[in-house]
Design a protein around this ligand. Structure first.
Ligand code: KG4
Ligand code: ZN
Length: 338
């Protein structure tokens, strides 16, 4: 049998990551998170690309070392071509090209959004893999999509956000409440002790399977401004209830569109991906849907939901099997549809 070692490199946003897979199983999965953005309340692109420059060599060294393999054992280099921040993508793309050229091994370009979905196919004990066709809900700080997945690389976006991503809706709402960045996990935490019916927020009206979260954020802002005018301590006194209400509304928006997508496609296999899939509200809603509607839901291991290179490597693994290699004229793409 074949021994395939894929080195995956991810640098599309603010995490520099490298991972090694052996025949689809994780040998190492290293992420250097950039703390520098915290003080700005969001990712600063210029600082992100500089940090990637600093981190990329140590991160790859560490990935190879903890996989206990040498550079010469690697079968191919898989890297994120896009979508993402151009300056960040350029670091990983240029490095991957050079390393592939230097080692004389194939180069494989990976679409970051496809990789989020393919993370479900990393060999992992105790985690079942979805069967084709299935629907993927990709929810993170940069993305919100419903994707119909017919095979490893046959994917069709059937719904997406027309403005902010769902993670931004969490983070921007949190910011309005005075919580630090990223506020999504904090909203989740406070929600657990709050009353989600306390402050109803409207469902934005968006056609088809698309989403819009900028209006949602604005309705949170107006609500908080109005209440604070009447009672300056409103947020402090009601934080848990406000958080629970925000989370409940966001989860309802996601679930409404998923239900619509299931009805339209007749597919009730649902896989979630992206950092927001850590959210307890969406997880509970999906588990309820399994009981209530007979859906089959797939929630990956947490470390494969946020940005990571293991997902890039697994996408690279399946492309390697098909000998789908890239040539050296390839360039990074900030906007990269599939
Ligand atoms: O996938 P990710 O790590 O990075 C990208 O945006 O690509 O996702 C980060 C996003 C942030 O917006 C963060 O607030 C959100 O995921 N997030 C959560 C939770 N954990 C992370 N949002 C709500 N509830 C959570 N438990
Ligand atoms: Zn991502």
């Amino acid at each position: 049998s074949q021994n395939i070692y894929i080195l995956g490199i991810e640098s599309s946003c603010d995490d520099t990551a490298a991972a090694v897979l052996h025949n689809g199983k994780i040998l190492s999965n290293i992420v250097a998170t950039q703390e520098v953005h915290k003080q700005y309340g969001g990712v600063v692109p210029e600082l992100a690309s500089r940090a990637h420059q600093q981190n990329i060599v140590p991160v790859i060294h560490q990935a190879l070392a903890s996989a206990n393999i040498g550079k010469k054992d690697v079968s191919a280099i898989a890297f994120t071509r896009g979508p993402g921040l151009m300056g960040s993508l350029l670091v990983g793309t240029s490095f991957a090209k050079s390393l592939s050229l230097g080692l004389g091994i194939p180069l494989i370009e990976v679409n970051h959004m496809q990789a989020h979905i393919l993370a479900h196919f990393i060999e992992e004990n105790g985690f079942k893999k979805p069967e084709f066709p299935f629907l993927a809900l990709t929810i993170s700080g940069g993305h919100t999509q419903i994707v119909k997945v017919s095979s490893y690389f046959e994917m069709e976006v059937i719904g997406e956000t027309t403005d902010d991503a769902v993670g931004e809706a969490f983070d921007k709402s949190a910011k309005i409440l005075g919580l630090p960045y990223p506020g999504g996990p904090l909203i989740d935490k406070y929600s657990k002790e709050g009353n989600h019916k306390a402050f109803p927020f409207p469902n934005p009206k968006v056609s088809d399977l698309n989403f819009s979260f900028s209006g949602f954020k604005t309705s949170v802002l107006y609500f908080v401004q109005k209440q604070t005018k009447e009672n300056p301590d409103f947020v402090a006194e009601n934080l848990k209830d406000i958080c629970a209400s925000i989370q409940f509304s966001i989860v309802r928006i996601l679930m409404d569109k998923l239900k619509k997508a299931v009805k339209q496609t007749g597919i009730n296999q649902i896989a979630i991906a992206g950092g927001v899939s850590a959210n307890s509200g969406i997880r509970n809603a999906l588990m309820d849907a399994e009981k209530k509607y007979g859906w089959n839901c797939f929630i990956p291991k947490f470390e494969y939901t946020t940005d990571n290179a293991a997902m890039i490597a697994i996408a690279g693994h399946y492309k390697y099997l098909e000998k789908d290699f890239s040539d050296y004229s390839i360039t990074a793409q900030a906007r990269y549809n599939f």
